[in-house]
Design a protein around this ligand. Sequence first.
Ligand code: PTJ
Length: 267
Amino acid sequence: MSFNEKQASEVPTNHPRYLSLKYRHKIIDGMHNLVVTEAGLIAHGRGECFDYILGEKTNEFADKAIKAAVALLILAKHPTISVNGNAAALCAKDLVLLSQYTNAPLEINLFYRKEGRIEAIKSLLESYGASRVLGTEPSRMIEIEELSSNRRKVDPEGIHSSDVVLVPLEDGDRTEALKRIGKKIIAVDLNPLSRTSIWADITIIDNIVRTLPKMVEICKELKNKNKQYLNKILTDYNNHKTIQDALNHIIKYVKSQKRKAFEILKN
Ligand code: PTJ
């Protein structure tokens, strides 16, 4: 048992922040196994902070976005699920399930390249049953001119030829670049004000650890519905409203927590 696994096993299950600590340790383990980059720990901390002020639950605006996202993935001609280190460390199993239900290949697309990372993420996904993982053969990658980061290298059979791309837990400029070349983007991001959130067609403002299992469940429900039904979900969906609702929710939630804190301070 590694030092981190030992630390993780020592967190009592009735600890008020048990789940949060559990996912922290997954990210730390991921870093030791090369799945997660060092900066992934900082990204996770930023996510935790937003999760806290969102109430650490899937809110109604996220539920609506999840449903629309699943409808879009099912309707897409060639969807792809982009996978980075944090997403793999937190939800490898559900990434594989979502890929199987939607016929959307998984493509590893990393911001921070380091020897051994692609192989580590690939074998983690394969351990949960992924049969083919794209983005793993550097020689056949194509570059997206609109992007300067490492993320510009994409697989010809995946992101490059996709009409819809799911980008969980993303850094800034890629969504904008992918939109410019005509892709529809589904983002999972706890920060409603990130560039990714603002530019995406569908922004799921929720923690990926809650979002992905829900997407898999909704997939089971929607995959037998006809096109008309799925299209109606999309025409009824409004991403501006999602972002607005998330911001309003944060303001309301923080105010309610402030009242509670002041009650305690008074006594
Ligand atoms: O594995 P790599 O090399 O591709 O690198 C991945 C990271 C995440 C390190 C890289 O993409 C990065 O630096 O991302 P940023 O710029 O920190 O952005 C990550 C976004 O994801 C932020 O808006 C966070 O609030 C959000 N986020 C963090 N954890 C979660 C999350 N959103 C949903 N669920 C989470 N668990």
